[in-house]
Design a protein around this ligand. Sequence first.
Ligand code: RIB
Length: 284
Amino acid sequence: MAVPLDPHLAVVGSINADLVVRVARLPGPGETVVGGDLARLAGGKGANQAAAAARLGVRTAMVGAVGDDETGSWLVGELSSAGVDVSRVARCARPTGTALITVDDRGENVIVVAPGANGDVNPSNVALEDFDVVLAQLEIPPAVVDEVSRRARALVLNVAPSARVDPITLGRCAVVIANEIEVASLDLASLAHCVVTLGARGAVHYRYGREVARAPALPVEPVDTVGAGDVFCAAYATQYACGVEAREALRFATAAGSLATRAPGARGALPTRTEVEAWLARAS
Ligand code: RIB
């Protein structure tokens, strides 16, 4: 891929309101636990990734859908304030997507998503071909992900949340990004480039199933890990779009993901490029 001077990134994905409650420990099946006050925060894997990419200084457009409701207006406003081009976000009849999130004292979380309007994401009238790189996830219909894989110049696909993806779709991706749970549904040996995030243990880059690079996480005390994977994906996609070599892109994305855990909420601690580079300089 020729390296653009000022890359243009599109994120095709979900936009959610996150309803978050903190608890001492996560409940087991059939158990009730009492938590803290409910918080309503801006979220959605797609929107988090778009906001993180814009914060890292890359021109970013969001392709998504929200309901024709107050929550949708609020979320589009949040994205716009984060520097994301929201002109390709549709309003539709279904309610805005919502995620129910529980976070424990160690910063671990469980999430249930009610997709709502995210099920109506439709990029057919968007010129995806005009973007240098498209970043997508799996909180939108599989047929949309497949269409994006056919039309994008280069697709970075975050296979989250865990779901089976057609191997033909996966084969069209420039890079597939998975966590330790999501990677179980992939055939690593068939993927040209697969990046696996390992939480506090960093991340690994595989080329047709063979490890080619590994990066450690930064030694930060996590407050909240919700959205850290999204920041990782955004950071990796921005570096990829800028033509940064794979090992360096992995190091940068791993540092960005670590820094994102320092405050509550999926977007509570989105790092800037300067911050990530300063931490990397200190760590080396
Ligand atoms: O990756 C974190 C995100 O997953 C949350 O913001 C929530 O909306 C769910 O989509």
